[in-house]
Design a protein around this ligand. Structure first.
Ligand SMILES: *[C@@H]1O[C@H](CO)[C@@H](O)[C@H](O)[C@H]1NC(C)=O
Ligand SMILES: *[C@@H]1O[C@H](CO)[C@@H](O)[C@H](O)[C@H]1NC(C)=O
Length: 153
């Protein structure tokens, strides 16, 4: 039988600067759950915005402010993609793809973004020396890259 390989990349914006990668295997006609979770706790529905993308551009599924959305979904995934709303609060935004097809193989990225905080809150971040500054610069850099990617969605 034929196996499909899914490379899932989880990018938790503003929480991690690294991208966690896993490989998931599925069969044509079968289904697969692509994992995506964050260790962030105490999430409120309004704060949860997640974008699932395939091969960097195709819109597979969106979670906008705690609600699943297929408004901008690529027709290729119509009625085949879903998430688990009961798991959102636990930081679990895994995606289930049904009736797998050849073209489903490839790289999936799960972008976890928190709703923007009030900018004045961010001004309270204090400089804790070089280490802190470097870590912060890295986070800002990864956030800019994410914004750059989001421009093309
Ligand atoms: C996320 O939810 C799915 C569906 O219930 C489950 O299969 C998966 O194990 C959960 N992942 C985590 C990290 O809890
Ligand atoms: C996505 O990329 C994979 C690997 O390069 C390819 O096999 C697959 O056909 C692509 N799917 C789409 C829909 O572009």
């Amino acid at each position: 039988s034929i196996y499909l390989f899914f490379f899932v990349c989880v990018c938790a914006c503003l929480s991690f600067s690294a991208c966690l990668q896993v490989t998931i295997e599925g069969k044509v006609g079968g289904s697969a759950v692509l994992p995506c979770s964050t260790i962030d706790s105490g999430l409120k529905n309004e704060d949860i915005t997640v974008y699932w993308r395939h091969n960097s551009s195709q819109n597979v599924y969106d979670i906008i402010e705690g609600k699943g959305s297929v408004e901008k979904q690529d027709p290729a995934y119509k009625n085949r993609a879903g998430t688990f709303p009961n798991e959102y609060m636990k930081g679990n935004f895994s995606l289930k793809l049904n009736n797998l097809q050849y073209n489903d193989a490839g790289k999936y990225v799960c972008y976890i973004t928190k709703a923007y905080q009030n900018p004045s809150t961010q001004l309270f971040v204090k400089d804790r020396g070089n280490h802190g500054a470097a870590a912060r610069a890295e986070r800002i850099a990864s956030f800019l890259i994410l914004l750059h990617i989001l421009q093309y969605i």
